[in-house]
Design a binder for this molecule. Structure first.
Ligand code: SAH
Length: 233
């Protein structure tokens, strides 16, 4: 049994051709990318590192980590976004970036402890068994390496902001993009990470201001948030 929801993969496949259009459904990912990239690179300077991006989609984060000098591999289980990611790397002339269609659990069995850093952003909330993804990420990182996750918190505020606001009022995302029941509280994600042998380093919130239409990094993890973990050396 593969840990994926075919409907979720199909949803991203249908939109794939618009992935690199900064005004498309993927606008929020384009907007948050410089913020998350700077946070990751600040904790774990990427130049020269071997990094894995799990659930990479069209490669917005993967490509930007390669442009920081990392040797980056992006994996996903949706075929079209991966093709778009490859095409983008060719057109943009991004060096040191590669993409593969493989489950994170399968890659963990194939080459454990082989990445200096693993990122898994905005993906866990689309997967049937997120704890299994967290475990695989922990197996893939080298001792002493970093693992970064981002997802959506589960509470009334995140329901109102991430589903009602983003999908129905502001129409920033297509209706049905997110399923509330799959959102993860920071304590739940932290427990998955600890059970996988990772140490929690820090957390950041990603806030959206609908008036200025800008995102910012803050300490409010109520809606969209990221956590940084380390595998003990
Ligand atoms: N991480 C990227 C894309 C987020 S969109 C970014 O933040 O920019 C969510 C991605 O997760 C999609 O590309 C989707 O195909 C992928 N995904 C969903 N379920 C998956 C699974 N089980 N395994 C791998 N990727 C998955």
């Amino acid at each position: 049994m593969i840990n994926a929801d075919p409907q979720e993969l199909a949803k991203f496949g249908e939109l794939a051709h618009r992935w690199w259009d900064p005004e498309s459904e993927f606008k929020p990912l384009h907007q948050i990318n410089p913020l998350r990239l700077a946070w990751i690179d600040g904790l774990c300077p990427l130049a020269g590192l071997t990094v894995l991006d799990v659930g990479c989609g069209g490669g917005i984060l993967t490509d930007s980590m390669a442009r920081k000098g990392a040797n980056a591999l992006g994996i996903d289980l949706s075929t079209k976004p991966l093709k778009v990611a490859q095409l983008h790397a060719m057109e943009a002339g991004t060096a040191n970036v590669d993409y593969r269609e493989i489950a994170v659990e399968a890659l963990a069995a194939e080459r454990p402890a082989s990445f200096d850093a693993v990122t898994c952003m905005e993906m866990l909330e689309h997967v049937p068994d997120p704890a299994s993804v967290v475990r695989a990420c922990a197996e893939l990182v080298k001792p002493g390496g970093w693992v970064f996750f981002s997802t959506l918190n589960r509470n009334l505020k995140s329901f109102l902001f991430a589903i009602v606001g983003a999908e129905y009022v502001l129409k920033m995302l297509p209706a049905g993009t997110h399923e509330y029941a799959r959102f993860l509280k920071p304590a739940e994600l932290a427990a998955f990470a600890r059970e996988a042998g990772l140490e929690l380093h820090s957390a950041k919130g990603l806030g959206y201001n609908p008036l200025t239409q800008r995102y910012s990094l803050n300490s409010d993890t109520d809606v969209n948030y990221m956590i940084a973990c380390r595998r003990p050396a």
